[in-house]
Design a protein around this ligand. Sequence first.
Ligand code: PMP
Ligand code: GLN
Length: 378
Amino acid sequence: ITSRLPDVGTTIFTTMSALAVQHQAVNLGQGFPDFGCDPALTAAVTQAMQQGHNQYPPMAGVAALREAVAHKIHTLYGHAYDAVTEITITAGATQALLTAILAATQPGDEVIVLDPCYDSYVPAIQMAGATAVRVPLTPGSFRPDFARIAAAITVRTRMLVINSPHNPSGTVWTEAEMLQLQELLAPTNVLLLSDEVYEHMVFDGKPHLSASRYPALAARSFVVSSFGKTFHVTGWKVGTVAAPAALMAEFRKIHQFNVFTVNTPMQVGLAQYLQNPQPYVQLPAFYQAKRDAFRAGLAKTRLKPMDCSGTYFQTVDISAVSTQSEAAFCEWLTQEIGVAAIPTSAFYGDGFDQGMVRFCFAKQEQTLQQALERLQKL
Ligand code: PMP
Ligand code: GLN
């Protein structure tokens, strides 16, 4: 057959995790926690199965879960989505992103992504037959460059994908930037796909600035999140998308024939768990403590930590330690030092190499300490 995705190979996350296993390295590469979730959550899912919630749920998701999601968004971000027509439960954020792109674009349309970006966006755009237009974030700071985004908008631009808190850099968009985005898009028909999977990992007392907070953005947005990140269950693959009813109607046409529905007991269990008062409220402090401990350890190495205002990723500047490419450095670090990391160049279309690699700090204290002891030998 002729490949639909001729340029796609194994993802960098799979590659680095395999290399970490092979060399018994501490795996700070692929983003996933090495600790469990709240036992009350697994108990809720187990109970859902035992109570017989094992057949197809409604196409858009279990009603109680959609209501809990709508309630959360209203409480935290002030936007009232209709749980019946404006919230859908997906098989992780990955399926939500693909389905939103398939729903919104026609072959030949352009979708702008901001490099470095998560690795599923561009293949999803290609699967839709649309064209990805890669606009770089400002090198070094990873801030959005509105002049460059504006210059990339053409009559064919159908969608812009943003991601704050940002994987891989750990940066978070400011209020001024969100308002500037709202202003930039106001005279256009460009839709916004806002990947907010790290919405509950924003540090230093700052709020998460969801696109749903800004009425003119919410009116043109698909807002995507993931329970995998929020509740330490990346393997469950349950995500959410919120969008105005007209956009959601098109989303569901694709969703219906893409997955039809998402597993029932996880949804019932999550809905039950979300009845607890704000179970995500501890998350920023929980991850901030890990970030602070990891950064304190990095201060004793020759790696220079960059800004980390959100996510569970810490990028570091490797220039004092290595003149190799980021990818070669990550391989060497895994094999010789015993710590796996991800090259940020893997998130760029052109492999732009600025001497920065990403560590995941969603790890137990002892895992982070073991990695730091090894990194201190650099
Ligand atoms: N977007 C970003 C920015 C991510 O980091 C991830 C997880 N790696 C996803 C989407 C996918 O989330 P999920 O595992 O829920 O599909
Ligand atoms: N989102 C995770 C990361 O950025 C990895 C998910 C995956 O392996 N596709 O590390």
